[in-house]
Structure formats: structure tokens, C-alpha cells
Design a protein around this ligand. Structure first.
Ligand SMILES: O=c1nc[nH]c2c1ncn2[C@H]1C[C@H](O)[C@@H](COP(=O)(O)OP(=O)(O)OP(=O)(O)O)O1
Ligand SMILES: [Mg+2]
Length: 200
């Protein structure tokens, strides 16, 4: 069975990647399955989503010598010149989804619906010790609601109204979200290229 280590500590991402790779016959491990002393401290100090994904993937490959997938993602809000963008995880200081959503709502106070357009971006990088990295990305477009809607999902999902679903990302199942999400689209591209890359 092919194995893949997903270089994430985010339980929401881990759940979504399991849903995507397990049906394809992969044995999926994430950083949540490893002991803390096996996981290096990773400084996501790149200047783009793709750079940060590569930093995460390489850091784990250097320790495990395995095939590693990393995802760096975030929410880019037009009225905020693309912020929080690559700073999405620590927008409100530390990594706290509730505080991040609160800060986003405050930043957009008084901004009308037509100007609340935004998109999620995911860059995925897969690395293997003997191969050049494989990189793909995906985006999902929508707008930021005036209040939270829905109880599922993670991160900014309750505030993100998806143009495709006509609902927030927190009002749908993981499977429904993956059909249209930035991560789902990036994974689709990844799968189209993965077999060639793997056999190269
Ligand atoms: O589908 C999504 N639905 C809602 N929010 C999302 C999504 N995708 C990313 N996000 C937000 C969460 C976090 O605030 C930031 C990701 O930051 P990012 O560094 O890629 O992930 P992270 O630090 O949570 O986990 P890790 O680096 O261990 O993979 O964007
Ligand atoms: Mg992170």
C-alpha cells in the first residue's frame, strides 16, 4: 500500500486529506499521529503559500525520508488587500480559529456585501528524497458573511459563503466541501499528475 505523510497538525486539514487519500488506497499518517519529539519545529517564514508548503514538506522529509505532502492555505480578502493571506493561521496573534474569525469580522465592519469578496487558496507540495517537488494549487471564491453560519468545518469556514454551494463552508459535509473547495481542486490536479511523478 502506498504511504503518504501529511505534514499538518491541523485536525481539519487532516480529516479532509484522510477523506481524499484513503479511498485511493493510501495509508495516511499526519503529524497528529506522530510523537511530539518526532516532529520538528517548523518556521513557516516563506513569502508565498507555495514556499511555505515546500518548507513544511522538506522539514518532514529530512526527518522521515518518506513521501511527504504539505498544504499551506489561507483566506485572501479583497477589501483587505489580500490579507490575512499567508498570515491566516496567526491573524489574531496565536493560532486560534475563534479569535481569527472575530478579528476578520471586525476588520470588515461596515463593508457592504458586494465588497466582501474573498477566496481561499491552497498550495500543495509533495516531496520525495529522489524527486523534484510536485506543486499544485487551487482556489475557491466567495464572500465573507456578516456573522457565522453553520457548525461544521474549521478555520474561517463559518464566515465563508461559497459561490459554488450558495452556503457557507461550515453548512456542508466534508465531502460536499471537497467537491468545490480550494483544497479539493488542488488535490484533483495533484491526482492528475501524481502517477506520472511517482513513476518518474
Ligand atoms: O478549508 C479551509 N477552511 C477554513 N479555513 C481554512 C481552510 N484552509 C485553510 N484555512 C485557514 C485555517 C488557518 O487559519 C489557515 C491555514 O494555515 P496553515 O499554515 O496552512 O495551516 P495550519 O497552521 O492550521 O496547519 P499546518 O501548518 O500544520 O498544516 O487558513
Ligand atoms: Mg501552519
Amino acid at each position: 500500500m502506498p504511504k503518504i505523510l501529511i505534514a499538518t497538525k491541523n485536525p481539519g486539514k487532516a480529516r479532509e486529506y484522510r477523506k481524499i487519500f484513503e479511498p485511493k488506497g493510501f495509508e495516511v499518517t499526519t503529524l497528529l499521529d506522530l510523537d511530539a519529539d518526532q516532529v520538528p519545529v517548523i518556521d513557516e517564514n516563506g513569502s508565498s503559500f507555495a514556499e511555505n508548503a515546500l518548507i513544511k514538506a522538506n522539514a518532514l522529509m529530512n526527518v522521515t525520508h518518506a513521501t511527504v505532502l504539505a498544504d499551506d492555505s489561507g483566506l485572501c480578502v479583497d477589501a483587505l488587500d489580500g490579507e490575512p493571506g499567508i498570515h491566516s493561521a496567526r491573524y489574531a496573534g496565536d493560532h486560534n480559529d475563534v479569535a481569527n474569525r472575530k478579528k476578520l469580522l471586525e476588520a470588515l465592519k461596515g463593508v457592504p456585501a458586494s465588497e466582501r469578496t474573498a477566496y481561499f487558496h491552497t498550495s500543495i507540495v509533495v516531496v520525495h528524497p529522489d524527486k523534484a517537488p510536485l506543486e499544485v494549487s487551487g482556489e475557491a471564491f466567495g464572500r465573507i458573511l456578516n456573522q457565522e453560519n453553520g457548525n461544521d468545518g474549521f478555520g474561517y469556514d463559518p464566515l465563508f459563503y461559497s459561490n459554488d454551494l450558495q452556503k457557507s463552508f461550515a453548512e456542508v459535509s466534508v465531502d460536499e466541501k471537497n467537491q468545490v473547495s480550494h483544497r479539493g481542486k488542488a488535490v484533483k490536479k495533484l491526482m492528475a499528475e501524481f502517477d506520472n511523478w511517482w513513476q518518474d
